[in-house]
Design a protein around this ligand. Structure first.
Ligand SMILES: O=C(CO)[C@@H](O)[C@H](O)COP(=O)(O)O
Ligand SMILES: [Fe+2]
Length: 219
């Protein structure tokens, strides 16, 4: 099965955003991971529609938009308009998750659902067949550069078992603290898509770092 590397733009140099986007375009990365934070669901504010539109103008790869916002239903159409291909909402931020998933798909995007580190995968049992991507948070959402939570491996295995049992075709994505030290173990646990922010953008040669991560998950 295809495996994906998704550099997180949150760790890019916003004063040189076009340069960093071109770097990702020219690397072996598969997706742009784009973190939207509202200062309510998480204790941090990142960026919104104008910045995503600007990214979309230059990006040549899948736009994987991770919403860390309350009541995301309000903006589904807007995120489609600015170029999201995958739109991921948090389980913890949705009162009517099934409805939200259907609305994302009806707007023409892939539907993602993210789980905070404390949320068990079992909460997705009744909607797993409707979800295109489950994004397991391997740090508490809100900031880049945090350390990877080791319990994530077990969670990925549990999610993989749930997907297989349900005969779903859902992809498993992991987000937070991903490096060349844990990516192979994550792959082994069943992860399909790997988000990496600081490890890529704070490295000496981000393009080579992306390609190194990609080579560790490609056979
Ligand atoms: O959603 C988030 C953080 O809330 C992530 O996408 C981070 O941007 C990942 O950054 P690193 O942990 O890889 O530095
Ligand atoms: Fe993210």
């Amino acid at each position: 099965m295809t495996k994906y590397i998704a550099p997180s733009i949150l760790a890019a140099d916003f004063a040189n955003l076009q340069r960093d986007i071109e770097m990702v375009n020219n690397s072996k990365a598969d997706w742009f991971h784009i973190d939207v934070m509202d200062g309510v669901f998480v204790p941090n504010i990142s960026f919104g529609m104008p910045v995503i539109s600007a990214i979309k103008k230059h990006a040549t790869k899948t736009m994987d938009v991770h919403l860390m916002i309350v009541d995301p239903d309000r903006y589904i159409e807007d995120f489609k308009k600015v170029g999201a291909d995958i739109l991921t909402v948090h389980y913890e931020a949705c009162t009517h998750l099934h409805r939200t998933i259907q609305a994302i798909k009806a707007a023409g995007m892939k539907a993602g659902v993210s789980l905070n580190p404390h949320t068990p995968v079992a909460v997705l049992e009744d909607v797993i067949k409707d979800i295109d991507v489950v994004l397991i948070m391997s740090v508490n959402p809100g900031f880049g550069g945090q350390s990877f939570i080791e319990n994530t491996y077990k969670k990925v295995q549990q999610l993989k078992a749930l997907i297989e049992f349900s005969e779903a075709e859902t992809l498993i994505e992991v987000d937070g603290g991903v490096t060349n030290q844990n990516i192979e173990q994550l792959l082994e646990a069943g992860v399909d898509a790997f988000v990496a922010g600081s490890f890529v953008f704070k490295s000496e040669n981000p393009s080579e770092t992306i390609n190194e991560l990609k080579s560790l998950i490609s056979f």
